[in-house]
Design a protein around this ligand. Structure first.
Ligand code: C2E
Ligand code: MG
Ligand code: MG
Length: 699
């Protein structure tokens, strides 16, 4: 089929009618031409391919061969001349009526006449536009695959690696030979937990796609961040054929982002959050109080006389001091608290979810003590102190800026009042704080000045009505306020650590008292004393020493009972457990005080053997009116007995309560119905009276 051929319409009579039908029906473009090359017949498929009508196609003006292919056409003609019966097969380009180039595959065969000469040529042109396009696309895809800066990985339906591109090798360091047939999880960095991967797999299974940030590991062990997109190719039946993962290394971008974030939110000297981040965090904490209902405190901490040090020793020394201050503050806060460096020598702490005012004071005292410790500068040691202003949220205000001004004002008040102290913004809080501070000061001398006394409250055997035990309860004869309740001063003693000394005094005094009573013949009496969790958690108690004291006083250790609260067991404090284990091995008894007010976990009761369970007076108070409480008391008694514990009911005030508890099988009772906590001599006479008459009637 050559453009230079003179076209002439076919004389159909020359062509077999049967053949013509086939030519007309076939979808393959066909041309019949005469030995001289002129068109005899062009079938509808050819006309359609080239865009011409039946009338147009035979026109001599129609050029269907690409103009650049004159030389090829010439070659074809010569070949047909010299060797007409050898079929020709060649790729050629044709022109559509619109000028579009059509790639085609041309086949020409010759039909012989009866004399063995050429009757005609039959040509067939296969339109290769589609093949060519997909071939080009494949070429392009392969080019992109090889040259992309994005790493690509192809896996099969079982998620085993089939191929990776050069960018993948560049980024990860792995070659295809090292990864072929392996699972991509050989790239896992260990930075994500199992649920991260499970969720990712789940998304891919459900949607076929996933994209997100992921940390992977290069061959050299380096962990890097990448942005990954995973897609799935399915087969005709909808089953997974291939998965394709594309990713770019975003480590550099992340580093840059982190740096920007660091510079915008952190102070370069101390590495602490700056004012901006602090204010944001403060607003967040204030908002949180709306849902938790708990208060928070803002502490503004300003170093006293910092300017003097800075001026005298130079700014570099001042910087060392500020850095060290930052470190110290960071060390003393809880994980949930927030510390920031606001400006030169001003720091801030946000303490959230505060349970009691003591917690605030404990933090303030810790800050003061920590900053009083010497600062080691390049050549010398320097001592300074700090003034602290405290404002509470949401109590004082719920506006962050206002809160900051409040705390700042309180801090200046602390400076004016003589530095090295803390002040509250609210006058009422300040008044209470002063009262507590005075009490703490007085508490310090209470042991030496012999202001403490132990009172003893009898514990009655409910069956016999006899005093069989006593609980030692601490009293403070305050020089001005008179007899002060432990509820008022024990928390203060705990917050300052003074409880350790006081606790020792309680133990020794109780032991000596018991020894006296034993000498008087009360050898069956058991004496219990209260121990603060703090005593057990720190190195406050030397259990060996206690057992030795008892030995020296000739007291069998099982006559003493240590009362602890259940929270101590739950907090899983190893130190406390070890102390209690030691005491128990030395046969001291253990009572679980105020049971029912804490977690009341059965699991802990089962694991940790205690001798007595003391039902808190809160449950006894409403017996027999409150059905819930009566049911709870009964349950606690049954449960304790099942666990081989005996039960002491606290706070029995009425005969109904005593009767109910006795019927419920409770072993012992304690409360005002029998006696209040009494000074030793009064308790002693009560015991002596009992030995003479059975004072307290049994049921
Ligand atoms: P607790 O160990 O649960 O002591 C029982 C408290 O209930 C005592 O209060 C006692 O006087 C009071 N009470 C007894 N019977 C009745 C009653 O029938 N009705 C009412 N309303 N109250 C009754 P107290 O002596 O004020 O002690 C309070 C808490 O202080 C004690 O609770 C204990 O947790 C603590 N405490 C007392 N002495 C010490 C001590 O030496 N060391 C330590 N760490 N804490 C102590
Ligand atoms: Mg107690
Ligand atoms: Mg109690």
């Amino acid at each position: 089929m050559c453009s230079s051929y003179k076209h002439r319409p076919a004389r159909y009579t020359d062509i077999d009618a049967q053949l013509l039908k086939i030519f007309d029906a076939t979808p393959v473009p066909m041309v019949l031409s005469r030995p001289d090359g002129s068109f005899e017949y062009a079938n509808p498929a050819l006309r359609e391919m080239l865009g011409y009508s039946k009338e147009e196609i035979y026109s001599s003006d129609v050029i269907i061969s690409h103009p650049d292919e004159a030389e090829i056409n010439q070659d074809i003609r010569s070949q047909l001349k010299t060797d007409p019966f050898s079929p020709i097969r060649i790729e050629k380009r044709y022109l559509h009526k619109t000028g579009r180039i059509i790639p085609g595959y041309l086949t020409i065969v010759a039909e012989a006449d009866t004399q063995g000469g050429i009757k005609r040529f039959i040509s067939q042109i296969i339109d290769q536009t589609e093949q060519k396009r997909s071939h080009d696309q494949l070429l392009l895809a392969s080019y992109v695959y090889k040259n992309s800066s994005e790493a690509m990985m192809v896996t099969d339906a079982n998620n085993l690696i089939l191929d990776i591109n050069p960018a993948f090798t560049n980024i990860t360091g792995y070659k295809l030979t090292e990864l072929f047939g392996k699972s991509p999880n050989c790239l896992n960095s260990g930075r994500h937990n199992a649920s991260f991967y499970a969720e990712m797999e789940n998304t891919i299974d459900q949607t076929g796609q996933w994209s997100g940030e992921i940390w992977n590991q290069r061959k050299n062990g380096e962990v890097f961040a990448e942005w990954q997109t995973i897609d799935t190719i399915y087969d005709d039946k909808g089953s997974v054929l291939r998965r394709i993962a594309l990713f770019t290394d975003i480590s550099k971008k992340k580093e840059a982002e982190a740096l920007i974030l660091q510079q915008a939110n952190y102070d370069s000297l101390t590495g602490l959050p700056n004012r901006r981040l602090f204010l944001e965090s403060l607003k967040h904490e204030i908002r949180k109080t709306q849902t938790t209902g708990l208060s928070g405190a803002l502490f503004i901490i300003d170093l006293d006389r910092f300017k003097e040090v800075n001026d005298a020793l130079g700014h570099d020394q001042g910087d060392i001091m500020l850095r060290e201050t930052g470190n110290r503050l960071r060390q003393l806060i809880r994980e949930s608290d927030f510390v920031a460096h606001l400006s030169s020598d001003e720091f801030a702490i946000i303490q959230s979810e505060i349970g009691s005012p003591q917690e605030i004071e404990m933090t303030a005292n810790k800050i003061l003590t920590k900053l009083q410790q010497p600062f080691q500068l390049t050549n010398e040691q320097v001592f300074i102190s700090a003034s602290i202003g405290i404002s509470l949220f949401p109590d004082d205000t719920v506006k962050a800026e206002q809160l900051l001004r409040n705390a700042d004002q309180a801090m200046h008040n602390a400076k004016r009042a003589g530095q090295n102290r803390y002040q509250y913004f609210t006058p009422a809080m300040q008044k209470q704080a002063v009262k507590r501070m005075n009490m703490i000061r007085e508490l310090r001398y209470a042991v030496e000045r012999q202001q403490f006394e132990l009172y003893y409250q009898p514990i009655i055997d409910l069956q016999s009505g006899r005093i069989v035990k006593a609980e030692a309860l601490l009293r403070w004869h305050h020089p001005l306020n008179g007899l002060t309740s432990p509820a008022e001063f024990i928390p203060l003693a705990e917050s300052t650590g003074m409880i350790l000394r006081i606790g020792e005094w309680v133990f020794t005094t109780a032991a000596r008292q018991l020894s006296n009573w034993r000498k008087q013949g009360h050898t069956e009496l058991e004496l219990s004393f209260n121990a603060s969790p703090l005593q057990l958690q720190s190195d406050g108690i030397q259990p060996e020493d206690w057992l030795q004291q008892l030995d020296q006083l000739d007291i069998p250790a099982d006559s003493m009972v240590i009362e602890i609260t259940e929270n101590l067991l739950i907090e899983n404090n190893h130190k406390a457990r070890a102390v209690l284990d030691y005491l128990r091995k030395g046969s001291m008894k253990i009572a679980l005080d105020d049971f029912g007010t804490g977690y009341s976990s059965l699991a802990y009761l089962k694991d940790f053997k205690t001798n007595y369970l003391k039902i808190d007076q809160g449950f006894i108070r409403n017996i027999p009116e409150n059905n819930n409480d009566t049911a709870l008391c009964e349950t606690m008694i049954i449960m304790a007995h099942k666990l081989n514990m005996q039960v002491i009911a606290e706070g029995i005030e009425t005969d109904e309560q005593r009767l109910f508890l006795t019927k419920a099988g409770c072993d012992f009772g304690q409360g005002w119905l029998y006696a209040k906590a009494l000074p030793a001599d009064k308790f002693e006479s009560l015991m002596n009276k009992q030995t003479r008459t059975n004072l307290l009637a049994s049921v």
